[in-house]
Design a protein around this ligand. Structure first.
Ligand SMILES: CC[C@H](O)CC(=O)C(=O)O
Ligand SMILES: [Mn+2]
Length: 382
């Protein structure tokens, strides 16, 4: 973080209110007013499911289709955010700055967003992403650590970027705690704060109460958003409840392409909200084509609710741990769901991916001991 010149005390206290008019006046495809904004994260959260192997051609195809469908914000970054390409998280096939620049070039109306986790991504990378044309900075912290994001919000605002805060693993904090953390982000410069259900563990009223508490704290000064995962199949239902509670920004990913059992599918969000008479500005036919014709053909494995990802929702485990656990499971011959259950018991959070190997080794050791005991019992030794 050598070039960071903006200190926490420099972070602006934002007083600009985001009004109902701000939300309702942007009309991406000239299709009229809208009630909420959908941000598509196929090219960022979906990077986890793609093992960070997106090609430039895939990025261009997805951006072209989403842009045509009227999706207003498209997130492009390594799955773990700017700077995520590393041994711990997995190396990207193509440099994310190149992918961001390609996305910017392809979009005619959509804004390109980036995600960054302070510490993993630095202000240096934020500036590079901005120079490549990204205009929305989504800054993510663990749900109780908003204070690590102050200088990043200040830097993003100084660059003239739109800012969004991401409170990850939100099920681990009470509604009151989340509201307190959202306040920290807004005072630092966030124009919207998301309740992020990283583990897909929030069950209906859990999501609604958290959204409500955050709105009570920061509305109308800033907007509130919701980012869901499908581990318990509740991404869409939680998104609808979040909207009904007052959320104005909702995340999705085409074909649910995202970590764990995936994100709330963008095309299902569009269909559900349209059926409810809630205006998203998204053309349903176009977004359905984007999912079916553009994304589905290149997905190596559709995200799904299987034993391992359901365990993530049930035990409250970070969705992006799924493929790490599956790899460790194959290597040490132990079940992925058992690894994930232990991760939940130990309460590991993002950044502790390396502990997955420890757990796999521990389970393998326990298994070997049981086999040895079984062998001894078979020989009549007790
Ligand atoms: C590692 C970042 C993470 O994938 C952000 C996110 O989408 C989440 O917490 O759900
Ligand atoms: Mn996510």
């Amino acid at each position: 973080m050598g070039d960071m010149t903006i200190r926490p005390e420099d972070a602006p206290v934002v007083t600009t209110e985001v009004t109902e008019t701000d939300v309702l006046t942007h009309t991406p495809t000239g299709g009229g007013l809208r009630d909420l904004r959908i941000t598509d994260s196929t090219l960022r959260d979906g990077s986890h499911a793609m093992q960070h192997q997106f090609t430039e051609e895939q990025v261009r195809g997805v951006v072209h289709a989403l842009d045509k469908a009227g999706v207003e914000v498209i997130e492009v970054s390594h799955g773990d955010g700017l700077g995520g390409s590393s041994f711990n998280y997995g190396f990207s096939k193509v440099d994310e700055m190149k992918l961001i620049a390609a996305a910017v070039e392809e979009a005619t109306q959509a804004k390109i967003a980036i995600l960054m986790l302070p510490g993993l991504g630095t202000v240096h990378e934020l500036k590079k992403a901005h120079a490549a044309g990204a205009s929305v900075a989504r800054i993510a912290t663990h749900c109780t650590e908003a204070d690590v994001s102050l200088q990043h919000f200040a830097a993003a605002r100084a660059l003239g970027m739109e800012t969004v805060g991401f409170l990850m693993l939100s099920h681990k904090a009470s509604p009151a705690k989340l509201a307190e953390q959202a306040r920290i982000m807004v005072d630092a410069g966030a124009q919207c704060v998301y309740v992020v259900d990283s583990a897909g563990a929030l069950v209906l009223t859990d999501a609604q109460e958290r959204i409500q508490a955050v709105i009570d704290e920061i509305g109308p000064q800033a907007q509130v958003g919701f980012h869901g995962h499908q581990n318990l199949s509740l991404g869409i239902a939680n998104s609808v409840l979040a909207y009904l509670a007052g959320a104005k920004q909702i995340d999705g990913a085409l074909c649910a392409l995202g970590a764990g059992a995936g994100n709330s599918p963008t095309e299902v969000l569009a269909a559900t909200f349209e059926r409810m008479g809630i205006r998203t500005g998204v053309d349903l036919g176009e977004v359905l084509s984007a999912a079916d014709d553009v994304v589905k053909p290149f997905i190596p494995r559709l995200p799904w609710m299987d034993r391992a990802s359901i365990t993530q929702g049930y035990a409250g485990v970070y969705s992006s741990f799924l493929l790490h656990a599956e790899r460790a499971a194959a290597r040490y011959e132990v079940p992925a769901h058992e690894i994930l259950q232990k991760v939940g018991e130990y309460g590991y959070v993002g950044g502790q991916e390396d502990m997955i190997i420890d757990i796999a080794l521990q389970l393998a050791e326990e298994k070997n001991q049981l086999v040895e005991l079984g062998d001894l019992a078979g020989m009549g030794v007790r």
